[in-house]
Structures are given as C-alpha cells and as structure tokens.
Design a binder for this molecule. Structure first.
Ligand code: G1P
Length: 290
C-alpha cells in the first residue's frame, strides 16, 4: 500500500530552550538559515508525501506563516530580479501542510491522536519534530528506506541506530528475533530501559511508518496516568510479529537538545557553499586555542 500521509508532532513547549522558546515555537529554531520543521518536511519529499499534518502547541501561528504564502515579498523579489531568493521563498510554500493544535500535553500518542481526523485508518509516516536527519549524496534517505520496507511488506517499520553504554536509557529499545538484508524483525520493545534491562543496542529514533491499524490501536489503549504510550501499540505489533526495524544512512541530529542543536548548526554551516570555508578556518583556529 502506498504511503500518502505524514504526521509531525511538534507541540513541545521547548522549556529546555528558554528563554528563546517563550515567544518563538521550538520548531522554528533555525539550523543555519532554515527552521528545523522545514528540514523535517523536506525529508518527506524523498518519498513524494505532500500531505503533512503538523501537531502544534497553542499559539504557533508563526509556523503556519512559515509554510504559507507571502505575496508581498514574492512580488518584491520578482520585481528586483532576485530569482535565487524567490526560489528559497517558494521552497517554504510547496508543502500541503495542515495544522492541528494539541490542547492538552498528553504525550506522543496524544499528539498522534490529534491527527486522527486527517489520517483515519490509513498508514502514515511519523517524524518526531526534535530530530533532523541529514542524508549525503550517496545515502538513501531514512524515510525512503522505511517507506520501501512498508510498501513491500505491509508491516509497520521503525528506524533504529546503535547506541552504547548509558545512552541505551535515553531511547526506546528493541528486541530482535531475526535480521535479513538489514531489516530486523522486532519481538519486543522497552521504553528507556536501564542498561541491564536493554534488549539490544538498537535504539528507536524518531522516524516511523505506521500501518493503518495503529491509529485505532492508540484509541483503544488504556492510558497510563493521563498519557497514552505509542510504545504500548508498538509492543502489541512486536508480539504479533508485525513490527520491523531498520538502520539508516546519514546523520541524525537531536535538535531538541542544546548540544545537539549547536552540533547541527556547526555541521550544516561546514556544508554550506556560502560560509563553509570560512567556518572551517575559524574552527581550526579555535581548536588550537582550546
Ligand atoms: C521518544 C520515544 C522513544 C524514542 C525517542 C527518539 O521519546 O518515546 O521511544 O527512542 O522518542 O528520540 P522522547 O525523546 O520523546 O522522550
């Protein structure tokens, strides 16, 4: 079945980034010159998904503005013959994005359920807003790999990366029953285990393709406190043998974390044609002093 829809939960309050997140929604924090939410929407271009629903916090109009038209500026750039800048502007306006507000902070599954009227019982891509994934020229984009696995098997599939030591406790963790051509059959999931409880060194990252039944499963799960856990639905799929996992090419940046955010900025700056050389020289000079 072809994947047509995507959900990007991006409703966190961003308290780790206060004070900037007081007035600027976290998904609008910029890596180089683009907000993180645009990088994530662009990952979907690799699989031709244009219908995107972004789950936002109340008061996130600035995100809507970012993806909407800016007629006055379009006109001005065209009149001034600034075609490159005009293209950059148009790149922000090419997505078919809808927004839904998550009124109550009831976790990741709560955010996904906000998108239910839009997705209904169709399969959907799920991209967590705190992570961006850079794919180099020879890399297959992570979402493309997941979509191909889903479309050939019909099973839900999650992206994973290898982690070691205490880092296993930062992520969802999978048990692996079998592996063939880089595709793992998942038989159990444990959310943020202690080092001793970890089932493997494979951590779940924020990229998923969920089969059409998952939305219904989330609706029927028993909440824990006031939160419904996506992991509980994944666990049911895993026990039934209906959950696959795959590693990915490229580099994942945790832009929800201050250090990860700065690293992303440094590396995107180094790749930039405009300022890459300047930044490389600066880093070399700096490295000698520290
Ligand atoms: C969520 C998921 C977790 C996953 C992580 C990836 O956790 O619950 O399984 O490993 O995203 O970033 P969060 O970071 O939102 O606490």
């Amino acid at each position: 079945m072809k994947l047509k829809k995507a959900i990007i939960p991006a409703a966190g309050l961003g308290t780790r980034f206060l004070p900037i997140t007081k007035a600027v929604p976290k998904p609008m924090l910029s890596v180089l010159d683009k907000p993180t939410i645009q990088y994530i929407a662009e990952e979907l271009s690799s699989i031709g998904i244009e219908d995107i629903i972004i789950v936002v916090s109340p008061g996130s109009d600035v995100i809507k503005n970012h993806f909407g038209r800016y007629l006055e500026l379009e006109k001005r750039l065209l009149e001034d013959g600034k075609t490159k800048l005009y293209e950059i502007l148009c790149d922000t306006q090419k997505f078919n994005v809808q927004f839904v507000v998550q009124e109550v902070a009831n976790g990741l599954a709560g955010a996904i359920l906000c998108a239910e009227p839009f997705v209904k019982d169709e399969p959907f891509a799920l991209l967590l807003g705190d992570e961006i994934i850079y794919a180099g020229e020879n890399d297959k984009p992570c979402m493309k790999r997941l979509a191909e696995i889903f479309e050939s098997t019909g099973k839900s599939v999650i992206a994973t990366m290898e982690v070691f030591g205490d880092d296993v406790s930062k992520y969802g963790n999978i048990g692996i029953a079998d592996e063939k051509d880089g595709v793992m059959q998942v038989n159990a999931i444990v959310e943020k285990p202690s080092v001793n409880e970890a089932l493997s060194n494979n951590a779940i990252i924020g990229r998923y393709v969920m089969s059409g039944e998952v939305m219904g499963m989330l609706k029927n799960l028993t909440p824990r406190g006031n939160e419904i856990y996506l992991t509980d639905a994944l666990d049911i799929l895993a026990e039934r043998g209906d959950l696959l996992a795959s590693c990915f090419d490229g580099i994942r940046y945790d832009v929800g974390d201050k250090a990860g955010y700065i690293k992303a900025n440094v590396e995107y700056a180094l790749r930039s044609k405009e300022i890459g050389e300047d930044i490389k020289n600066y880093i070399k000079e700096l490295a000698e002093k520290i």
